[in-house]
Design a protein around this ligand. Sequence first.
Ligand code: PAF
Length: 517
Amino acid sequence: MALLLRTISELRSHLTAHRQGSRGNIGLVPTMGALHQGHLSLIERAIAENGIVVVSIFVNPLQFAPTEDLGDYPRQLEQDLKFCREIGVDLVFAPEPKELNSTGDTQALNGTTSVIPPQSMTEILCGKYRPGHFTGVATIVSKLFNIIQPDKAYFGQKDAQQLAIIRRLVKDLNIPVEIVPCPIIREVSGLALSSRNQYLSTTEKKQAAEIYRSLQSAQVAFTNGELNTAALVNLVKRQLNSTEEVKIQYVELVDPVSLQAIKQIHQAGLLAIAVHLGSTRLIDNIVLQKRQPIVAIDGPAGAGKSTVTRRLAQELGLLYLDTGAMYRAVTWLVMESRIAIDEEKAIANLLTDLDLKLTSPDSAELPTVVHINNQEVTNAIRTPEVTANVSAIAAQAAVRAKLVSMQQQWGEQGGLIAEGRDIGTNVFPNAELKIFLTATAAERARRRMQDLKDQGRDDIDVKQLEQDIKSRDEQDSQRAIAPLKQADDAIELITDNLSIEEVIEKISKLYNQIIEG
Ligand code: PAF
């Protein structure tokens, strides 16, 4: 795996063979090497979404000014290759500069045709201090797109100006590639990962954590209603200035798409920072945006939560956060790894590098598409063996903590709907709309009996069913982890005399009231 290719012709012949075999999309992750966990997240996503993945490694001389660190920029091809092999990259394209110069006879790319992005996007933020940088980026990225012709290309949100310029580039030049933005990956301290962090001393790394803290303060002020650019920018500057070693180059708030200055946030604002710490230049940013609401549906078993949630997700255009599928996926992984269900420690270890992806299916009737550690398990997680073990796994504190934190991370963007027994009380206590969907035990017993009858069973004692349901409710509300509880601000919906359509209509109405403010 991870074949190293040095020339365009070698690369093209591999890609042609791939296309002829119709083995799925081509994904590209363009990099300058010195790969770290930030790149890893781009590459893993590319692997999950494509049939073949090319990682390009090229320290592009065109994007460095003569005064910048081109000579010193970390180069570690052997280590990068090992990294790519371990995560399952197919092809690593690492050309020499002369390979990318059509005349082939110089070491650098000087004199090549340039791709010049709109001045309005390059004369601000980093572009103001790095003249020519984004022309260098746009030129090399266009060359990579032409050489590789990827279906999708992955870029980190950390270089937000680069991302906006490349999105504009593919639009303006009609390049048929989907640009996939990937979230910033941070150290525990909040410091955004970057190849240039290698230049920082331990003390500087601690000081650098102030950058993200200042962005977080702005996020808090914004969440509390501060929309004014000057106020937000000043807040960040004041906080950065409290660490003497951090020298601000700029703090700006701009429109995330056009990159033009804004006086106030209407829908979204890109708050971007560049500072110097010793001789190292660091950048970071955050997008402040009014998020789409989160809808949290809690309630006892058998009240119809999952059907209603699925249908609402389709109807309201929200992501269905299928928490049940997440617990099933972990259960499947534990069983697949041959770890006993009660080995909590080993299970916790198994989850340290967990990579879990949920994708909405094409219709509400189909199950959520699930990938765990890059393997599609949509059907494998729905076997009777998994069903038999999922409750025991879901009751483990480490499993719960890990999955709840993943759910909350997804929730940061808003725009999702989730159901469970503790979604509104524990996972999303700030959800904009909380519904407690319930029905009397007698009604739930009646529905269950109907289901069983439809499956050909007519030996059911409805009174016994009702009794079982009552004792399950009792157990669920007593359990130590994630007990069933109605949040104070949840709207109770008793569905005894309502059809599914009526329930959906009621919740849609409540949702639309929130959207319309
Ligand atoms: O973000 C980077 O690493 C570079 O700017 C890129 C996109 C690989 C172009 O050289």
